[in-house]
Design a protein around this ligand. Structure first.
Ligand code: ADP
Ligand code: MG
Length: 626
């Protein structure tokens, strides 16, 4: 039975107005629409609310059907307890819930929803058809409701359990509808929400369908299998379980090997009492456990489940917030850190890391049995960047032209601009850099396998090797797109790569552009791609690493419509393919890198706008010796 909870009005009574009365109450339907904005932000929020209701209703199988990123249809079908005729009608009332009766219940809540707001909100901004039947009844109930208005209510014969079909979300709030992203982007949100719920409930069978194709079909299973079903078999050997019981919290789940770590978030999941949560502070605890064993700027995967007495946590009173406060955050931080360390210890990672290296702080992951990677940088020596037709048609960032003039000065004797200055072309004629005497220099020093140092006229030039390579690759890909000719390709023995659904969809979308810049990838369907070639001059050893790094970066730059897709691809591939820190570069490679860098339109900045080159002026150096 559903009961209405009391609404408490905190708002102070307004002072009487001097002018004629202008305050009036909003019609209910408008008030509901406003409130809906809090709970329902996009199709994915509908999925979250309805699937959580299905779980609360004791369902063991839940099917999610979406069309057009959920904009046209979201349907949730469950085999839970169903609703009586009265409850079915009541469930759409605001503050109608079967889950709390009194405020005290709030503190002991273990169900997912309890504010009795979701259905009222959904019904106020969409066209909803509810069909529901309790197992013990012969007939069920159908309610059709749109924009908070009940259009019909009839007995129907239907399966036991509940089905909500939500059509045309925000049909009556055009401003919000317009605000929705592309179908693909909305689908991705649905997938993320679906993953979170599926990971919290492995004992429930889930199906996700989009535009008639099945994205996930997840049988009832245990947690580990659930993770594998969602993220692909590849994750299997890369997980270790974490398990700790203390009086204030129980921690279980899995953490990933450092190899699994990616550059952008995506596989970090905390759950508390089976509810997904974000917890930046606990996230730090996990990160600290990985300290020094992660590749630079990557985030480890984890699936961590906390169980705590509901009395000691402040669950989200706000429906869309995923942050949760704990009474014992400090203690839990320590427990989490220790538990994660212990779990990582099982990989035998700790002892094999050479912490005594002088450069250990900046050192990337390094395991003894790993072969030392040979940097693979080769350039097309016949490429002449001064050749007009190879010039990049557009400036690709930070006042490239300005910088170039500056650079020319740097290299010319006495700071006098090179002959014909203003033409970046002049710089490129040299196979190596003039060092002020007009002679080529071979005096490159690699510092901490990170920086390239070389003397220049005005002092000491320091180049960030990774960023420099990013800049070089980026401009190369932009050029390749502009000219529509492929960059050199490295062929591979064809490798099959299984991706998670979200990644697969992204790659499929941009497949053609990837071909243009040297990828040989074929779509095999079922989240599987076969890769038989990729652009040369990329430092990643395996296509899988490259694709993952590429996707991570690509995803992180999403949403910005102004940046063209190709520009995004160029940038992400440059970041993914650039030589990393920790790679030793020969004199020759450094020379080439510097040459190519200064043949770039904007050598001073990486594609993401970070400085590539720093010069310590002679004066500054002299000052240090005073
Ligand atoms: P809340 O979940 O906060 O109680 P909702 O608006 O989401 O509020 O749902 C209102 C009520 O409708 C729930 O308390 C529950 O009793 C009923 N209900 C919603 N969905 C289902 C479902 N799939 N199966 C059975 N009952 C449901
Ligand atoms: Mg609910």
């Amino acid at each position: 039975m559903i009961i209405l909870t009391f609404e408490i009005l905190y708002a102070p009574i307004p002072e009487p107005l001097i002018m004629s009365d202008i305050i009036h109450l909003l019609p209910d339907s408008v008030a509901s629409q406003i409130a809906a904005g809090e709970v329902i932000q996009r199709p994915a929020s509908v999925v979250k609310e309805l699937v959580e209701n299905s779980i609360d209703a004791g369902s063991t199988a839940i099917r999610v059907i979406a069309r057009d990123g959920g904009k046209t249809l979201i349907q949730i079908v469950d085999n839970g307890c169903g609703m009586s005729e009265t409850d079915a009608r009541m469930s759409f009332e605001r503050h109608a819930t079967s889950k709390i009766r009194e405020a005290v219940d709030l503190f002991a809540i273990r169900t997912l929803g309890f504010r009795g707001e979701a259905l009222a909100s959904v019904a106020s901004v969409a066209q909803v058809i509810l069909r529901t039947r309790k197992p013990e009844n012969d007939l069920g109930t159908e309610i059709i409701i749109a924009g908070s208005k009940v259009e019909s209510q009839n007995p129907v014969s239907c399966a036991s359990g509940t089905s909500f079909a939500v059509r045309n979300l925000f049909f009556n709030v055009p401003a919000r509808r317009k605000f929705l992203k592309t179908n693909n982007a909305e689908l991705k949100h649905i997938i993320y929400e679906f993953q979170r719920i599926a990971l919290a409930n492995p004992e429930v069978e889930f199906i996700l369908e989009h535009n008639d194709s099945e994205i996930y079909s997840l049988p009832r299973t245990n947690l580990k299998q659930r993770i594998i079903h969602i993220f692909g078999k590849g994750i299997n050997q890369n997980l270790t379980n974490i398990d700790t019981v203390t009086s204030i919290v129980r921690i279980s789940g899995f953490v990933g090997k450092p190899e699994l770590a990616r550059r952008t978030p995506g596989e970090q999941f905390f759950f508390v009492n089976n509810r997904f949560m974000k917890h930046p502070y606990f996230h730090k605890a996990v990160l600290s456990a990985y300290e020094k064993i992660l590749p630079p700027e990557t985030i480890p995967s984890y699936f961590i489940y906390l169980e705590a007495d509901p009395d000691t946590i402040d669950i989200n009173i706000h429906p869309t917030k995923t942050e949760i406060k704990f009474e014992n955050e400090l203690a839990i931080f320590q427990i989490l850190l220790a538990a994660t360390r212990e779990a990582l210890g099982k990989f035998n990672l700790m002892p094999s890391i050479d912490f005594n290296r002088e450069s250990s702080v900046e050192f990337p992951v390094y395991r003894r049995d790993d072969p030392v990677p040979v940097p693979q940088i080769s350039y097309n020596r016949n490429y002449n960047p001064f050749d007009e037709e190879h010039r990049i048609p557009e400036k690709s960032g930070h006042d490239g032209g300005q910088n170039l003039k500056h650079w020319e000065k740097l290299y010319s004797p006495e700071g006098i601009p090179l002959e014909g200055s203003g033409e970046s072309a002049k710089l490129t004629g040299h196979s190596s850099m003039p060092n002020g005497n007009g002679k080529p220099t071979d005096s490159f020093i690699q510092l901490k396998t990170r920086y390239i140092l070389t003397p220049v006229k005005s002092g000491l030039m320091m180049i960030d090797q990774r960023r420099a390579h990013e800049r070089i690759l980026y401009e190369k890909y932009i050029r390749s797109f502009a000219m529509n000719y492929p960059v050199a390709q490295r062929s591979l023995f064809p490798e099959t790569i299984e991706l998670d659904q979200a990644d697969y969809l992204i790659l499929r979308e941009i497949m053609e552009d990837l071909h243009t810049i040297g990828f040989d990838i074929r779509d095999f369907g079922g989240n599987t791609l076969v890769i038989a070639g990729y652009p040369a001059e990329i430092s990643k050893e395996t296509p899988r690493d490259l694709l993952e790094a590429f996707l991570d970066h690509y995803k992180s730059t999403g949403g910005d419509i102004k940046t063209g897709v190709r520009e995004r691809i160029a940038r992400s591939l440059a970041v993914a393919g650039a030589v990393n820190y920790g790679e030793t570069l020969s004199q020759e490679v450094m020379q080439e890198m510097v040459d190519h860098l200064f043949a770039c339109e904007s050598p001073a900045y990486s594609p993401s706008g970070k400085p590539v080159v720093v010069i310590m002026g002679i004066e500054e150096i002299e000052k240090k010796f005073k």
